[in-house]
Design a protein around this ligand. Structure first.
Ligand SMILES: NC(=O)c1ccc[n+]([C@@H]2O[C@H](COP(=O)([O-])OP(=O)(O)OC[C@H]3O[C@@H](n4cnc5c(N)ncnc54)[C@H](OP(=O)(O)O)[C@@H]3O)[C@@H](O)[C@H]2O)c1
Length: 250
């Protein structure tokens, strides 16, 4: 069994690597930091291939596919992603576009390429990492929330399509709430919210995805948040979210 994890060098991605390796999967670990990937290899019990690539560059997504296209891959996890915190008129457009390239374009390209490979292969599971943010608007993290809405809706729709063609090919979407990783630091957020551990989130996601769950939301409070957001008028929800996010600035 073989699994590919993007954003594998830290946080939830690293936990995916270690948990899937403990289940016996050989690992292809993708991130930019070659040294962090090499270091992680020493903790992995199964066969381990580090692949240092910046996936915010479209060509590198195609390169990743070229490296893997002749392998029988069982699980492909689009996990790499980051956020940009701040008011829409003042945050760096360049950084937002990098984020959109990674959170949206890379996920889109790799979902298309691997879903198209898994259908003739006869099986394969894609897990796309979105967020509870994908269910609502997020003032002060506006473009990040929008990227996660894209990942959520794309994954749901593509799963409906591919699983009709072959029920052994699936696209699941993981929607965590806050998780204790380097995410807040890279987004410029100082969050006071207590989050899940990345190990809990990775194990929960794999367990649910292997059971065929399409939308995976770890934790009761996150499930309630998503339910609440569906019934709340959007103008009120956006005001509440603005107030919550405005407490997170540094
Ligand atoms: N933490 C949370 O509260 C939370 C909540 C909901 C959803 N999520 C989502 O969970 C996913 C993982 O985030 P995390 O919390 O584990 O954050 P993290 O600890 O910052 O990990 C992000 C990973 O993505 C990699 N990465 C960043 N830019 C990349 C690029 N251009 N190309 C390839 N890899 C890149 C990083 O490695 P390198 O720097 O070595 O490239 C790192 O391995 C993200 O999609 C995030 O949006 C996080």
């Amino acid at each position: 069994m073989k699994a590919v994890i993007t954003g594998a060098s830290s946080g939830i991605g690293k936990s995916f690597v270690l948990y899937l390796s403990s289940l016996g999967y050989d690992i292809y670990a993708v991130a930019r930091s070659e040294s962090a990937l090499k270091e992680l290899g020493s903790e992995v019990a199964t066969a381990y291939t580090p692949i240092a690539l910046d996936l915010s560059i479209n060509e590198n997504c195609y390169q990743l596919y070229e490296i893997l296209k002749n392998e029988k891959i069982d699980i492909f996890i689009n996990n790499a992603g980051f956020g940009v915190y701040g008011s829409f008129d003042s945050i760096s457009l360049e950084r937002e576009l990098d984020m959109i390239n990674l959170n949206v374009s890379a996920v889109h390209i790799l979902t298309k390429l691997f879903a198209s490979k898994f259908l003739p292969d006869g099986s394969g599971l894609i897990i796309n990492v979105a967020s509870t943010a994908g269910f609502m608007m997020g003032p002060l993290l506006s473009s990040y929330y929008a990227t996660k809405a894209y990942v959520l809706r794309l994954s749901e729709a593509v799963d409906e399509e591919v699983s009709r063609k072959n029920p052994n090919v699936r696209v699941c979407v993981l929607c965590p709430g806050p998780v204790c990783t380097g995410f807040d630091k890279s987004a410029g957020v100082s969050s006071s919210m207590k989050g899940h551990t990345p190990d809990f989130v990775a194990k929960y996601a794999i367990t649910k995805a292997l059971r065929g769950k399409r939308i995976i939301i770890p934790g009761l409070s996150n499930k309630l948040l998503v339910m609440f957001s569906r019934f709340m008028p959007s103008t009120i929800l956006s005001r509440i979210n603005y107030m919550i996010q405005s407490t997170k600035g540094r």
